[in-house]
Design a protein around this ligand. Structure first.
Ligand code: AMP
Length: 375
């Protein structure tokens, strides 16, 4: 009895402790499951909000989480105001006027982007965000932010960009359309130039994709052209106030560039690298149409219907079939079937090499036949 009573007490105590520990373990496990479920739910909510709010957001939100965690701290160069001399106005964008200016420390001109007075906080934030986004990129085909001028504390700074002498690509193409040749033509665009322009944009987009960045508003109006037909992608803040006819309101409060949008962006507000690829196909179409508006002659409602019915843009008159095949590769209904930017870039490089070889062979055969005739 002397052994049995304490032993049974100990056994009961051990069993009670074991039951308590088991209950506690079950409770923790349940809490973990609930926590996981709530994280999943909130992710779902974020995605839902993304879809609902998509039109109100800046492209920077579409950096993937990997990009966000990988993002390096970037530093923006502060330029003293007295070093910059404003010369003239070169354009007007969503944020305000853009000036040509000189930077005393360099002999090259610069472009100064100034936020107009009295804009909403949302526009002010977009402008600030454009500074952050642009300062993070470094590529030959992405417009370079040289620095900012912070005038007064708390006020939005001026953005100082490299100057692109031919302005935006849409206007440059229209100005130099051979079918509308007028005195204002400043460049004679050859087919090889058009391919080179397309190659540079594909190169810039390959870089943005490597940075896990979705542009959401790729169009020729948002690319700038500099000396030697250097093309740079710009407008990460969306230039929709200026080219209002290119944007359309679908339910939401902001205007959307439907003519450049993929079916899934129009239907579900889903913007991804694949929807940028779709937009790139439209950019190719714009380039080979010398800046025509995609689906010109059709209303925005009709364009939305075309997208739904799988009716695609037709081959522009002067467009080589190789380039039109690239466009079709960008406009696959299933986003996963679309050509990757890196593939588009290498296709275009191969194609221009092939043209160069053919031209060279043609010249050599001309020289050969001339020599034959002479002998
Ligand atoms: P944005 O505010 O970027 O849409 O610019 C409005 C217009 O200003 C463009 O369509 C161009 O004509 C002109 N512009 C903007 N940035 C530059 C630049 N870096 N160099 C030359 N012109 C520019």
């Amino acid at each position: 009895m002397q052994i049995f009573i304490p032993l049974s007490f100990t056994l009961v105590a051990v069993m009670i402790i074991a039951v308590l520990l088991y209950k506690r373990w079950r409770l923790c496990k349940r809490k973990n499951v609930r926590k996981k479920e709530s994280v999943a739910k909130s992710n779902e909510n974020i995605q839902l909000l993304d879809r609902m709010n998509i039109v109100n957001k800046n492209p920077s939100y579409f950096m993937s989480s990997r990009a966000a965690t990988n993002s390096k701290k970037t530093f923006v160069n502060e330029i003293p105001i007295e070093r910059v001399k404003i010369l003239d106005i070169v354009g007007e964008g969503a944020f305000g006027q853009v000036f040509r200016a000189t930077d005393d420390s360099q002999s090259t001109p610069v472009a100064v982007k100034v936020l107009k007075e009295g804009v909403s906080n949302e526009v002010r934030e977009d402008f600030q965000r454009e500074v952050e986004i642009m300062s993070a990129f470094d590529h030959d085909n992405i417009l370079k932010l040289l620095g900012v001028i912070t005038r007064v504390i708390e006020e939005t700074p001026y953005m100082i960009f490299e100057y692109m002498s031919h302005g935006d690509l849409a206007e440059m193409l229209r100005r130099n359309d051979p079918a509308m040749r007028k005195n204002g033509n400043d460049i004679i665009l050859q087919k090889t130039d058009l391919i080179d322009i397309a190659t540079q944009i594909a190169n810039g987009m390959t870089y943005l994709t490597s940075q896990h960045f979705v542009h959401r508003d790729l169009a020729t109006r948002n690319c700038l052209v500099g000396e030697g037909l250097a093309v740079k992608i710009s407008d990460f803040g969306m230039a929709r106030d200026v080219y209002t006819c290119d944007y359309y309101r679908i339910g939401g409060s902001r205007m959307l560039p439907v003519r450049w949008m993929s079916p899934e962006s129009v239907k579900y507000g889903r913007f991804t690298t694949e929807s940028d690829i779709w937009a790139y196909g439209v950019v190719l179409w714009e380039i080979f149409s010398f800046g025509r508006q995609p689906y010109y002659g059709h209303s925005n409602e009709e364009v939305v219907r075309f997208l739904d019915e799988g009716i695609l843009l037709q081959r522009p008159d002067e467009c080589p079939s190789t380039v039109y095949h690239l466009m079709l590769g960008c406009w696959k209904t299933n986003p996963k079937d679309r050509l990757l930017f890196s593939r588009i870039y290498s296709h275009l490089v191969d194609y221009s090499q092939q043209i160069a070889r053919n031209t060279h062979n043609m010249h050599s055969s001309d020289i050969d036949s001339e020599t034959e005739m002479l002998t």
